[in-house]
Write a protein that binds this ligand. Sequence first.
Ligand code: HEC
Length: 251
Amino acid sequence: MSEKHNTDTNAKDRGSLEKAAMQDEHIQDVHAQLMREKEEPQEGFSPVPIFLMFIFAALCFWGGVYLVEHSGGYRWDAYSPDFNPSAGAPKPVEIALFDRGAKVYRNQCAQCHQADGNGVLGVYPPLVASNWVTGHPQVVSRILINGLNGPILVKGSNYNGNMPAFGSSGLALSDKDIAGVITYIRQEWGNSASEVTEATIAEYSDLYAGRSVPWQAADLKEGLGPIPELISPMVEELTIDGEAATEVDVN
Ligand code: HEC
């Protein structure tokens, strides 16, 4: 105890110690005096000084800014030798409309029209080689968006059932899914009609958003707009499909 205090004492204390050392009882007094002046050592924690917290926060902030500026956009190839930051991020793989449609078909249509698209004679009409499918894109789009009921003739057989709506008034598939499934049924099983884009379906969806009743076969041929133009080599075939659509009238 006394040793510790001897090392800690300052010049002034040392002066009084020297004086006190002359008499033993004074030493006791001086020690008691020193004990009173010195803070008792304590156990436990003392709070971190506030300025340290600020410095720490500033460091964290700077670290974040540094990371964002030097991380190469968090790209997986940022550290490869031929990384080119101006090349833009790698594009996510877009699923082709047809493949998307194949999936939608399996989930939404196959239970009625069957996986092979041949339907069930007299109950669910076939989609294979059906003019309703491969004709004017607006016809098949109407059927998908608002549904269909009443008598209909498909490939020489009569049907009279209920086809559910898949647009916003029904099962509410996205425009992309509807475009996909239409493209799929127009191009699968030997069908070879044009694809129908998401933009086209978006347009038709807006057009028929207010319609809450399903189509009837007779209305389907009324008031068709021009066949939407496609920026693809399918344009030639579109004319043929247009003729196919007129064949529907003969049915
Ligand atoms: C609940 C059974 C059912 C489901 C599910 C169904 N359909 Fe239909 N679909 C029918 C019926 C029934 C008709 C005939 C309606 C009538 O008689 O007026 C029909 C008619 C059609 C037609 C016009 C006739 C033809 O055969 O060309 C097309 C096109 C069609 N459906 C496509 C689809 C597509 C695509 C899907 C999936 C997104 C689908 N359907 C889901 C029952 C269904």
